[in-house]
Design a protein around this ligand. Structure first.
Ligand code: AMP
Ligand code: TRP
Length: 336
């Protein structure tokens, strides 16, 4: 038996931020040697909201380079671009045809995004989780490490797989494997710097609401200096009245690799004037190795293209047979 398989992905829409790193990529890195990993840059998902064609390719490369700079190792992982492996779109279509419409209409993320877009909601936004299910199911994935916000999409993925198995498989020979979500509690929901009740997000119009992985030190300093706090003296975790405070303490705790107890003790009597420089220094130091590696990778001509080509080949070797299996189960004839 080989190692269990992991699949995950991030959209190349806007800059990756601390939420993406702490909620997703950091977890991929930590466990990578125990798994056979597929990390995808999900560029087909990126066009479910309006996008800029002139930036799409560069953003896609940038996310792939950030996977590597955050510590993903090619010895354990394949890194590839979703649109390079056509099986993703094809399986998404097949799955769309067995997915009840009301399952998709019930997705929280769809409802939230649909409200934001008003009348301009594209069908892609509704079908987005079906494409995500195709991503995962193509690889006979065992585990999917994601942030808390993706939990519902993972449940839907399992429901779609179970439905296809029920309709077109047998109990002894299921067509698709049901994946498990992996959601770590710490860092699973990094909140916005300007509103501690909303998650840090690429789509927030204010760049001051997030720390991007490639922000230079002076910008990080400025963002933390201006971030929202409160006027209570002493810093405490888990006080629901103080969402900004627990978010900033959690960021400090994770980025400095300390335990909750030690941070609780250390910061109990601090004011913001003392804490903010500490968090600033910690964030800058934590991001420096990632940034150095990123610029090194981007400066090496052809390197990233080579990584993505190899990733695509490895991905296709698994995805294409799974797609063929699904098509056969649905009754399609194979071309000669
Ligand atoms: P996205 O930015 O929506 O493409 O998300 C990519 C990955 O980052 C997913 O696994 C998300 O769950 C995770 N993620 C995004 N924003 C946050 C956040 N604020 N806190 C924790 N995880 C996040
Ligand atoms: N929907 C995910 C997000 O916004 C991105 C994604 C697409 C994904 N396909 C995936 C995550 C497959 C994990 C597995 O975060």
């Amino acid at each position: 038996m080989g190692k269990p398989r992991i699949f995950s992905g991030i959209q190349p829409t806007g800059d990756l931020h601390l939420g993406n790193y702490l909620g997703a990529i950091r977890n991929w890195v930590e466990g990578q040697s125990h798994y056979d990993n597929f990390f995808c840059v999900v560029d087909l998902h990126a066009i479910t909201v309006s996008h800029n064609p002139a930036a799409l390719a560069a953003d896609t490369h940038s996310v792939a380079a950030l996977y590597l700079s955050c510590g993903i190792e090619l010895e354990h992982a394949s890194i590839f671009v979703q649109s390079h492996v056509s099986a993703h779109s094809e399986l998404a279509w097949l799955l769309n045809c067995i997915t009840p419409l009301n399952w998709l209409q019930d997705m929280v993320q769809f409802k939230e995004k649909a409200i934001k877009q008003g009348e301009n909601v594209g069908a892609g936004l509704l079908n987005y989780p079906v494409l995500m299910a195709a991503d995962i199911l193509l690889y006979d994935t065992d585990k999917v490490p994601v942030g808390e916000d993706q939990k519902q999409h993972l449940e839907l993925t399992r429901d779609i797989a179970a439905r296809l198995n029920y309709l077109y498989g047998t109990e002894e020979k299921p067509v698709l494997k049901l994946p498990e979500p992996v959601i770590r509690t710490e860092g699973a929901r990094v909140m916005s710097l300007t509103d501690g009740t909303r998650k840090m997000s690429k789509s927030d119009p204010s760049d001051m609401s997030r720390i991007n992985l490639l922000d230079p030190p002076d910008l990080i300093q400025q963002k933390i200096k201006r971030c929202k706090t409160d006027s209570v003296r002493g810093l405490t975790f888990d006080d629901s009245e103080r969402p900004e405070c627990s978010n900033l303490l959690t960021l400090y705790m994770i980025l400095s690799n300390q335990t909750k107890e030690s941070v609780t003790q250390k910061c109990a009597d601090m004011g913001w004037g003392q804490f903010k420089p500490l968090l600033t220094e910690t964030a800058i130091a934590a991001l420096k190795p990632i940034q150095d590696k990123y610029y090194e990778i981007m400066a090496e001509p052809g390197y990233l293209d080579h990584v993505l080509k190899q990733g695509r080949e490895r991905a296709e070797a698994i995805a294409n047979p799974t797609l063929a299996k699904v098509k056969a189960a649905l009754g399609y004839s194979m071309p000669l």
